[in-house]
Design a binder for this molecule. Structure first.
Ligand code: ASP
Length: 438
């Protein structure tokens, strides 16, 4: 029988009671062999995540009083967990090593990673499982990019003679051995990497919700749970704001065709959401699988007569963005117009000169920028079979009196992206949701 790789998020690891529940889940199935964990998250509203405290310790490393106060909170969290689990383990020497490590660091990665490190160390002791340090198996290259093949080789080797182990999520190390973290929420990526290397039969991602919903429950009242999703639908939805899983978590398991099952740690009997290769999806007549969205976008509109005849026009505009290392989201074009939709964060990175540089590069007739936009993604393989999905999205928005600033359908017919004024964002999501009865 194959093995399962489980990843438990911050809420699942928040205190000793939660960790005992995690241990019960693991022990209830002998095939749950490899476990990846996050740092302890919030125990209650207004609580602090250990990772946030660690970033704050790094930020205060030059101020011994402020550093001491934050570090005392971190120690107290872990000491409380160790005591309440009844573990006979004195973490004093680990704390001192971490304290001096943070003080000596130039980048926040080492500090940020220590929550996962301690969390995994403690769980491994509680379960009596091996501890495998992610720094020895997860590798980043010279440029700081994740090195998937080197990682896969090292991880396969490290797991060869291991039956049961706990591995910290979120980090690895570079070619010099220095700690490097993924972006926030990156333990999901670690779980996926381990599942691929272990050739797991399934990657169980245990979290504090029942699974993916057809829309954000903070915006739409009682959205349905999505029982099945394809890898590609997941990528679209998580990239566009469905925050259940890190948006890069699918890549390692996708390579190996391993399903992901998102499940609720606090209600383990529920089936959750199953994420599968497209070919393994059960037959269904649903058109839209889910709706997601994000605020904080701007659009640069460029107009020039006979733009369509001007060879290299688009390239020159994009070269300016490339020089500033700006990535953009969408680029709808017309005969004499092109627009670039980009996040406000990317736009601001270009600085004040960006617009003038574009003007200098292509001498447009007009160039305008509008901010305050939100993007909404309507996602589902079913729309490829169904005529009129884009019309339904437009109809829903027009009935609600909402102006569409941009609409774009990917050639794969997997998603339709609409840009609306942020002041219309919540209404727009509800209008589309109702129309599709998603
Ligand atoms: N602890 C890290 C964070 O808060 C990583 C994770 O939980 O996946 O972002």
């Amino acid at each position: 029988m194959g093995i399962k790789v489980c990843k438990f998020g911050g809420t699942s690891m928040a205190d000793a009671a939660a960790i005992k529940n995690v241990a019960e889940i693991i022990k209830s199935d002998k095939t749950r062999a490899l476990t990846v964990v996050s740092a302890p998250g919030k125990r209650f509203g207004g609580d602090e995540k250990v990772t946030d405290l660690l970033y704050s310790a790094f930020g205060n490393r030059g101020d011994s009083e402020a550093f001491g106060a934050v570090f005392a909170k971190i120690r107290a969290r872990f000491d409380g967990i160790i005591a309440d689990l009844g573990l006979n383990y004195d973490a004093c020497s680990v704390y001192s090593e971490i304290e001096s490590g943070i003080k000596a660091s130039k980048r926040p990665d080492y500090a940020a990673s220590r929550g996962e490190y301690l969390s995994a160390l403690i769980l491994s002791k509680y379960l009596g499982f091996e501890f495998i340090d992610a720094k020895d198996i997860i590798k980043f290259d010279e440029s700081g990019a994740f090195d998937s093949e080197k990682t896969n080789g090292l991880t396969e080797k490290a797991l060869k003679n291991v039956k049961y182990a706990v591995i910290p999520g979120f980090y690895g190390s570079d070619i010099n051995g220095a700690i490097v973290t993924f972006s926030r929420g990156g333990s999901d990526v670690t779980g996926s990497i381990i599942a691929r290397a272990a050739r797991a039969e399934i990657y169980e991602n245990w979290t504090d919700v029942d699974g993916f919903m057809t829309a954000d429950p903070r915006i739409v009242k009682n959205p349905r749970l999505i029982d099945f999703l394809s890898y590609r639908e997941l990528r679209e939805l998580s990239y566009m704001g469905a925050s259940v899983l890190h948006h890069e978590a699918i890549f390692p398991v996708k390579k190996a065709g391993i399903p992901i099952n998102v499940k609720n740690t606090f209600d383990m009997k529920k089936a959750g959401t199953m994420i599968l290769p497209f070919s393994d999806l059960p037959k269904s007549d649903r058109v839209v699988t889910g709706i997601a969205g994000k605020k904080g976008y701007s659009v640069i509109n460029i107009e020039k007569s006979l733009l369509n005849n001007e060879i290299g026009f688009v390239r020159r505009v994009l070269s300016v963005l490339e020089e500033h290392k700006i990535s953009f989201e969408h680029m709808p074009t017309g005969i004499d117009t092109m627009s670039i939709v980009l996040s406000d964060a990317e736009f601001q990175r270009g600085g004040e000169g960006l617009i003038n540089e574009i003007i200098a590069a292509v001498a447009p007739d007009t160039l305008t920028v509008s901010g305050g936009l939100s993007l909404i993604a309507v996602v589902g393989h079913g729309m490829a079979r169904k005529i009129g999905t884009a019309a339904t999205v437009c109809g829903a928005l027009s009935k609600a009196g909402i102006n569409i600033k941009m609409i774009d359908q990917g050639s794969s017919e997997l998603n339709i992206i609409a840009a609306v004024d942020t002041s219309d964002y919540e209404r727009a999501i509800n209008a589309i949701y109702e129309e599709f009865n998603a």
